[in-house]
Design a protein around this ligand. Structure first.
Ligand SMILES: [Cu+2]
Length: 159
């Protein structure tokens, strides 16, 4: 009589071990299945972000005035719309437009120093600013003074 409950207990124990192993395997399988799902979630999230960025990358509604000596546009991904610009020596009428969604501040540099007092500011998408600067023939940089915008550093050749 006393051997029977012990056997039952041993069988139950083994059954429990098997059951827990199966549960563990099941858990691991579920975990494996869940991982790609969460990856898809992340991908969708970035796709949505890209979609949002894509929507704002179209040209906003502004017009470039006629007779401007230099037109510069800030474009998405913290860049000017060109790597090189040209202008004629003398008083240059500079027009800055913002096709991006963050603030940009344009200054002209020569040998890493600001030249003249031109500082054009565009706070939001579609903003424009305009000013003049007098430059001799030479090589300059069009630079954005906003911290982290060091990539906005294009060559301006004045001749
Ligand atoms: Cu900038």
């Amino acid at each position: 009589m006393s051997a029977e409950p012990t056997r039952v207990t041993a069988r139950t124990g083994i059954a429990l071990i098997f059951a827990s192993r199966h549960l563990y395997i099941l858990f691991m399988l579920l975990k494996r299945r869940l991982r790609p799902v969460s990856l898809v979630g992340v991908t969708c999230g970035s796709a949505l972000l890209a979609a949002c960025g894509g929507a704002s990358s179209s040209t906003p509604d502004y017009s470039v005035p006629a007779g401007v000596g230099l037109v510069v546009k800030a474009v998405p991904n913290i860049r000017w719309d060109a790597n090189t610009y040209t202008a004629s020596a003398g008083e240059i009428d500079v027009f800055l437009a913002n096709d991006d969604s963050v603030k940009h501040v344009l200054v002209v540099l020569q040998d890493d120093k600001v030249v003249g007092d031109l500082e054009l500011v565009v706070n939001d998408r579609g903003d424009t600013d305009r000013g003049t600067i007098t430059l001799d023939a030479g090589e300059y940089s069009l630079y954005c003074t906003i911290p982290g915008h060091g990539n906005m550093n294009s060559v301006l050749t004045v001749s």
